[in-house]
Design a protein around this ligand. Structure first.
Ligand SMILES: NC(=O)c1ccc[n+]([C@@H]2O[C@H](COP(=O)([O-])OP(=O)(O)OC[C@H]3O[C@@H](n4cnc5c(N)ncnc54)[C@H](OP(=O)(O)O)[C@@H]3O)[C@@H](O)[C@H]2O)c1
Length: 340
């Protein structure tokens, strides 16, 4: 597996990271043994970056990763870098109550995460969503104190816009911004990505397959279990879904021509956009993982990139990337929203 550096201040990681969220939340039931085997297979293939959140399954995901690391060969375990998100408040039933970015809460979240993960440090620690009631300097300052104390190695950000990135980076060195970026989610190209480049901040891109929509395996007939995020996602709603799957068919032709799958083409496209972007692949089975990781070996030349651009131009997807109430929580969407 090739490696990349996450910006000027971040760690060197595998070019693709493993996003573990779907093993515990949002995409319906997952098989625990297969999830652990998928983490092991990723480490074995040279993936060093594992991404999680303390709220994914209310600690379930961290416990799962802890188990996978405990049962992995020592060499793989030592190379693994853990990227952890915090801040979301949950109910017993799994509902979301909001976010808490107060310094005391940051200390508390970290204490529990370290126990669940079974580690003495977190490699990249980031607030999942900006707390509108707490200045970002206070939240990032609290993570910087954890860095000082040796509990955290690097400070990351998630789904925040340029103003917040600037304020955070003025408080302490920031390794990377985690944000949705894919062929059909290109909002960051206008302001956020150039700004990250300017400040030497890397990007861990999530949703590179748009949650399975542009994986080449989605169909309009697929039933979604209760609680599956996609049953509420505008991009998967009737009408929008058919349009978006039409875009996937244009990608399929290009993928066929290159002898790769649609998922590999979509992941390779994100890799090709910038050497400081590390796409997170959301695989939860070894089969999906193997397909996704092969994307790291796919080279796209200028002709390929032009063909992809004309098949799926920026802004061609139908529907927003989150339901309206979740879009409202995204600091990263604020500028474009106030412009409209
Ligand atoms: N910072 C944030 O706000 C934020 C938000 C969301 C996610 N994340 C992080 O980013 C990670 C990745 O996000 P994601 O899981 O939503 O993104 P994704 O990779 O776009 O989507 C995952 C979906 O794609 C399917 N898939 C994966 N590999 C495939 C392949 N090779 N072929 C066909 N389908 C494939 C999976 O299928 P199956 O259903 O078959 O497993 C799953 O349904 C998460 O795990 C999480 O760690 C961060």
């Amino acid at each position: 597996m090739q490696t990349r550096t996450l910006g000027a201040h971040g760690p060197r990681t595998s070019a693709l990271g493993l996003g573990c969220m779907g093993m515990s939340a949002l995409y319906g039931p997952a098989d625990r043994a297969e999830s652990v085997a998928t983490v092991h297979a990723a480490l074995d293939a040279g993936v060093t970056l594992l991404d999680t959140g303390d709220f994914y399954g209310m600690g379930h995901n961290e416990l799962l990763i802890g188990e996978a690391l405990r049962t992995a060969p020592a060499a793989a375990r030592e190379q693994a870098l853990l990227s952890v998100k915090f801040g979301a408040l949950r109910t017993v039933e799994g509902g979301f109550l909001g976010v808490d970015g107060r310094p005391a809460a940051v200390q508390n979240f970290a204490a529990y995460s370290l126990q669940r993960l079974g580690t003495d440090h977190i490699d990249i620690y980031r607030m999942a969503r900006l707390d509108p009631d707490v200045p970002v300097e206070e939240t990032v300052g609290a993570v910087a104190e954890l860095v000082q104390a040796g509990h955290v190695r690097h400070i990351g950000l998630s789904e925040v816009g340029a103003d917040t990135i600037r304020r955070a980076a003025a408080t302490a060195p920031v390794s990377d911004l985690q944000i949705e970026y894919s062929l059909i989610s290109r909002e960051i190209e206008e302001e956020i990505l150039p700004f990250c480049r300017e400040l030497g901040i890397g990007v861990t891109a999530y949703g590179v397959l748009s949650r399975g929509l542009i994986s080449g395996n989605w169909s309009a007939e697929r039933d979604l279990p209760a609680g599956d995020f996609r049953s509420r996602s505008p991009r998967f709603s009737r009408g929008n879904l058919e349009h978006n799957l039409g875009l996937v068919e244009t990608l399929r032709e290009i993928a066929k021509g290159k002898g790769v799958t649609v998922a590999q083409l979509a992941i390779a496209w994100v890799l090709a956009q910038d050497p400081h972007i590390v796409p997170l692949v959301g695989a939860r089975t070894r089969e999906r993982l193997a397909e996704s990781l092969s994307a790291a070996a796919v080279t796209l030349d200028d002709g390929d990139l032009r063909a992809i651009e004309s098949a799926v131009p920026a802004g061609s997807a139908a529907g927003e990337r989150y339901p309206a109430e979740q879009m409202a929580l995204l600091d990263s969407e604020k500028r474009s929203r106030s412009d409209t």
